[in-house]
Design a protein around this ligand. Structure first.
Ligand code: CUA
Length: 162
C-alpha cells in the first residue's frame, strides 16, 4: 500500500521538477552567461559596440574601461589610433576594471589573455564579455585558442597594464 503512495510522490516530484526546468528553458531563455546578446555576424557594425569607430579601448569611468574587439580570420580588430594606424596594443592602468566585449564575423575564435583569467570562446552571432580587474603591470598577449584556419597562430594583440 505504502509503495503506491511513494511512487505517486516520486512521479509527482519529477513532474514538478521537469515543469520548472521546462519553464526556465523555454520562457526565460536560460543560456550560458556569455551568450546573452546576439547580433548578425554578417553585419556586426549594426551593433553599436562593434561599429568601426567604437572598436578598441574606451575609458567609461574613473577607473573603468571597455574594450571592444572584433575577431576575424586572422586578426583582432582594436580599431585605429588618432593617426589612422591599426591598433595592435592597448594600454590600461593597473587596478582598472575592464570589460572585454568581443565577437566574430566569421568562424569560432578564441579570446585568451595569457597570464590572466580572461578566456572566452567567440561564436558567430553572439557577444562574449568578460569583466575583470587587471592588477599586475606587464604585457599580456591576447591570443586565439580555437583552431580557426591557416593563420590561427597569427591572431595576436597585446594588452599592456602599467
Ligand atoms: Cu582565430 Cu584561431
Amino acid at each position: 500500500k505504502y509503495e503506491k503512495i511513494w511512487i505517486a510522490f516520486g512521479t509527482g516530484s519529477l513532474l514538478v521538477f521537469l515543469t520548472i526546468l521546462g519553464i526556465g528553458a523555454f520562457y526565460q531563455g536560460t543560456q550560458p552567461p556569455s551568450c546573452l546578446v546576439t547580433l548578425d555576424p554578417a553585419n556586426v557594425q549594426a551593433h553599436e559596440s562593434f561599429k568601426e569607430e567604437n572598436l578598441g579601448l574606451h575609458q567609461v569611468g574613473e577607473n573603468e574601461y571597455v574594450v571592444n574587439v572584433l575577431a576575424t580570420a586572422f586578426n583582432y580588430d582594436l580599431g585605429k589610433d588618432a593617426e589612422g594606424n591599426t591598433v595592435r596594443k592597448i594600454r590600461i592602468p593597473a587596478g582598472s576594471k575592464v570589460t572585454f566585449q568581443a565577437t566574430t564575423s566569421d568562424v569560432v575564435h578564441g579570446f585568451q589573455l595569457a597570464g590572466t583569467n580572461v578566456n572566452m570562446m567567440l561564436e558567430p552571432g553572439y557577444i562574449s564579455d568578460y569583466v575583470t580587474t587587471l592588477n599586475t603591470p606587464g604585457e599580456y598577449t591576447l591570443l586565439c585558442n580555437e583552431y580557426c584556419g591557416l593563420g590561427h597562430h597569427l591572431m595576436m594583440a597585446v594588452v599592456e597594464v602599467y
